[in-house]
Design a protein around this ligand. Structure first.
Ligand SMILES: NC(=O)c1ccc[n+]([C@@H]2O[C@H](COP(=O)([O-])OP(=O)(O)OC[C@H]3O[C@@H](n4cnc5c(N)ncnc54)[C@H](OP(=O)(O)O)[C@@H]3O)[C@@H](O)[C@H]2O)c1
Length: 266
């Protein structure tokens, strides 16, 4: 990435997105940050945008293209968590989550692809989670929403490569941000209360002990300088990343027992 790139990042008002936007802006790239809240920064241009609203996305991209002739990179980072038992989850909450984590990301891709096709080049990173590779207890819909985005990513790779456009899922482990505060939290019913509270405090502790967002930025920078991508990349602590290959190689029962231990269910 020696030449300055035009980079659009969603979810830049906090957490990973903010750090990414400032990181790439400081390195001399033209960065546009799309989140609902306007964010003051000397390093990137903030365009208040709700990525669940397709007309807001169209306006934001038109705004970018007033100054730019190309869009080199899209990082679909806007997202949120959701916690609660599957049984307790309300339809409205499930739809809200999928509307952001899946549909919002898809609408962003649809909005930048015409320009990327015109320029016969483009790179799209969909920020996923290590938790998309397994159904996490009390985060079933979060896992499912990111997993759905992964499948869309895999499918798109076959569709857009003729124009030299590459797409990948970047599965993150726990990263130290305020994601816990912004999660949809379902009302927990009596039968699940005790075990939920244990798992919930553990998941928050993991985020608190998570990797610094700046390390994600350095990882993405290295990824962007590669010529060709794989569909999936995994970034995080070894103890979390190892959960992915273990699921492929261990007998299912052994894997579930391991997950029960990791999540302190036993
Ligand atoms: N932190 C972790 O441990 C972790 C692990 C794996 C994956 N991830 C993923 O990493 C991404 C970033 O998470 P984070 O930890 O940085 O969380 P965060 O601090 O809560 O940031 C979420 C960002 O998404 C934006 N956002 C939410 N709804 C939006 C909407 N409708 N339109 C536009 N932007 C919206 C928020 O801005 P506004 O409220 O201003 O819109 C905010 O800037 C998410 O996709 C998350 O699932 C995080």
């Amino acid at each position: 990435m020696n030449t300055p790139q035009v980079i659009i990042i969603t979810g830049t008002s906090s957490g990973i997105g903010f750090v990414l936007a400032e990181y790439f802006g400081k390195k001399g790239h033209k960065v546009y940050g799309l989140s609902r809240k306007y964010t003051e920064s000397s390093y990137f241009t903030s365009i208040p945008t709700d990525v669940t609203d397709n007309s807001a996305i169209q306006n934001a991209i038109a705004e970018v293209l007033k100054t730019e002739t190309r869009i080199d990179v899209l990082i679909n980072n806007a997202g949120m968590g959701m916690v609660g038992a599957v049984e307790d989850s309300a339809k409205e909450d499930i739809l809200k989550l999928f509307n952001l984590n899946l549909v919002g990301a898809v609408q962003m891709m649809s909005a930048v692809l015409p320009k990327m096709r015109e320029n016969k080049s483009g790179k799209i990173i969909n920020i996923s989670s290590i938790g998309s590779e397994m159904g996490l207890p009390f985060r079933g819909f979060y896992s499912a929403s990111k997993s759905a985005l992964d499948k869309v990513t895999e499918a798109m790779r076959y569709e857009v490569y003729p124009w030299n456009i590459d797409v990948c899922s970047l599965h993150l482990g726990d990263i130290k941000t305020n994601i816990a505060e912004n999660r949809v939290r379902t009302k927990v019913s009596e039968p699940y209360k005790n075990v939920f509270e244990k798992v919930y405090s553990l998941m928050n502790a993991h985020v608190g002990e998570g990797t610094e967002p700046l390390e994600v930025a350095a990882y993405i920078e290295a990824l962007l300088s590669k010529n060709k991508w794989k569909a999936h990349y995994y970034f995080g602590k070894f103890g979390q990343k190892i959960g992915v290959p273990l699921k492929w190689i261990l007998p299912q029962g052994t894997y579930e027992n391991l997950m029960k231990k990791y999540n302190k269910l036993d």
